[in-house]
Design a protein around this ligand. Structure first.
Ligand code: GAL
Length: 402
């Protein structure tokens, strides 16, 4: 039955927004939750420009849950919370557009959002038309409050909004937030441009043992929040092969600048989100970002890997990895280049031996040019090759033919 439903959706057409490379931007949720207002949003728009983040590619300003009034208007329209946003959404959209940004909003494929605001289930066309009228460019669509809508599967509920967005006549990017429960990597490419693959991220690097209930892609536990950076990376072993231009697995917001991650941990977080082609959506308060965190986010070479024209996610290399000790991932980049990630999970420096027989990029008699993306060092390599990696560091190496 499940597969019949999937088949039915395979004939639907995706909303048309361009998503050949993963989207980049900022989202209000991880820092502000339901407590943001017009001035915070406008200040963030200004900061995206003045910090250079917009020019680095972070061009979506996304308003998450909490913008809505508690009830719909008499005509059924969703209303804006008048205390937080007294002038509504349209002036904020205009403010963002005038600064070369795009604007995103949040709603839900159930009767309630996760913050218990009115969801869009049963109101899809009206809501999509309202968003279009306000000048919205991006919709993050969540999966809470689906109880009354429980007879409809997520692909059905998410497809309804896809059709409504297309019917609105505005090019609206469609970001699915279904937490990976019903394995959206099998069906989301027919519906939107990206899909969340896990429960909510938390600003903690290592798996504490208590973090998100599902630590592998096909786990069926519905408890979901509080996933560490390493747990989300773990889940991507099975999911990364499904990512492709126009349909990227979303590893959730970047926690760089939140919590107490070390520089190596922040760089590891950024490296994996970029090389695995996750959307890059900042979750920190930009006014409080340290110079160090800002420079991690703005690193041009890492962003180039994220935005590489092939749009192919790096994949886990089990032959070179040791559970809870070290991970090696590798992926194709345009121009015949290969990116290799070496992640050290231990609390001490360890050596990684890159073996010719396990890594296609090394699998030749040629000399390769290897660029260490974070340190900017370039060396020549032929055959097997050993690299020292510090605690929680990820070496990002780009191999190209000389
Ligand atoms: C969650 C979602 C979060 C945030 C929140 C808002 O379901 O995963 O990213 O959008 O709802 O209530």
């Amino acid at each position: 039955m499940f597969f019949l439903t999937l088949l039915a959706f395979a004939v639907g057409c995706q909303a048309k927004a361009n998503a050949n490379t993963p989207q980049m931007g900022w989202n209000s949720w991880n820092t502000f939750k339901l407590n943001f207002n017009e001035s915070i949003l406008e200040k963030t728009a200004d900061l995206l420009v003045s910090t250079g983040l917009r020019d680095a590619g972070f061009n979506y300003l996304i308003i998450d849950d909490g913008w809505q009034a508690a009830t719909r208007a008499e005509d059924g329209r969703q209303q804006v919370n008048a205390t937080k946003l007294p002038n509504g959404i349209a002036p904020i959209a205009k403010y963002a557009h005038e600064r070369g940004l795009k604007i995103g909003i949040y709603s839900d494929a159930g009767i309630y959002t996760c913050g218990f605001q009115p969801g869009s289930w049963g109101y899809e066309e009206l809501d999509a038309a309202t968003y279009a009228q306000w000048g919205i460019d991006y919709l993050k669509y969540d999966n809470c409050g689906s109880f009354q809508a429980g007879t409809q599967s997520p692909p059905e509920r998410f497809s309804k909004m896809r059709d409504a967005l297309v019917a609105s006549g505005r090019d609206i990017f469609y970001s699915l937030c279904e937490w990976g429960h019903q394995f959206p990597w099998y069906w989301a490419d027919q519906i939107g441009q990206s899909y969340r693959m896990s429960g909510d991220i938390t600003a903690i690097f290592s798996d504490t043992g208590k973090d998100c209930a599902c630590k592998t892609a096909y786990c069926l536990n519905t408890g979901y929040a509080g996933c560490s950076v390493l747990t989300i990376i773990r889940k991507m072993r099975e999911i990364a092969p499904f990512s492709k231009p126009g349909s990227f697995a979303d590893m959730d917001m970047l926690e760089i600048g939140n919590g107490n991650m070390t520089l190596h941990q922040q760089r590891t977080h950024m490296s994996f989100w970029a090389a695995l082609k996750s959307p890059l959506i900042i979750g920190a308060d930009i006014s409080k970002l340290s110079k160090e965190s800002l420079s991690v986010l703005k690193n041009k070479n890492i962003i180039q890997i994220s935005q590489d024209s092939l749009g192919k996610a790096a994949l886990f290399v089990p032959e070179l990895s040791v559970e809870k000790v070290k991970q090696v991932w590798a992926g194709d980049l345009s121009g015949g280049r290969t990116v290799v990630l070496l992640l050290n999970e231990l609390n001490s420096t360890q050596n990684f031996e890159l073996l010719v027989k396990a890594l296609p990029a090394l699998n030749s008699r040629e000399t390769w040019k290897v660029e260490d993306v974070w340190s900017k060092e370039v060396i020549k390599v032929k055959g097997n090759y050993t690299v020292a990696v510090e605690t929680h560091e990820t070496k990002v190496l780009v191999f190209s033919r000389n």
